[in-house]
Design a protein around this ligand. Structure first.
Ligand SMILES: [Ca+2]
Ligand SMILES: [Ca+2]
Length: 86
């Protein structure tokens, strides 16, 4: 019986930890559409916004975030839309 309770508590703790990790990963304290962790990883602070383009590659931070490219490296940018022949 004790083992089952211990297992239940452990399972509950695991769920809480996993849920909080997701919340932390998506946390956007300045509400600019860019998760804080992403901004801190690339810029070291939260000073840039979603529409800024600090590496001047013509893609906004939001576009780079969604594409998974480096917003501080002009050679790392989302794939340009392919031209379609009509
Ligand atoms: Ca950019
Ligand atoms: Ca870039």
């Amino acid at each position: 019986m004790k083992a089952m309770i211990a297992f239940g508590v452990l399972a509950l703790l695991l769920v809480v930890v996993l849920a909080s990790r997701n919340i932390v990963a998506d946390w956007d304290s300045d509400s600019d559409g860019l998760p804080d962790l992403w901004e801190l990883e690339y810029f070291g602070d939260l000073s840039y916004g979603a529409d800024d383009d600090p590496d001047l590659d013509d893609f906004t931070n939001l576009e780079e975030y969604e594409a998974g490219t480096d917003p501080t490296d002009a050679t790392s940018k989302p794939r340009p839309p392919t031209a379609s022949l009509n």
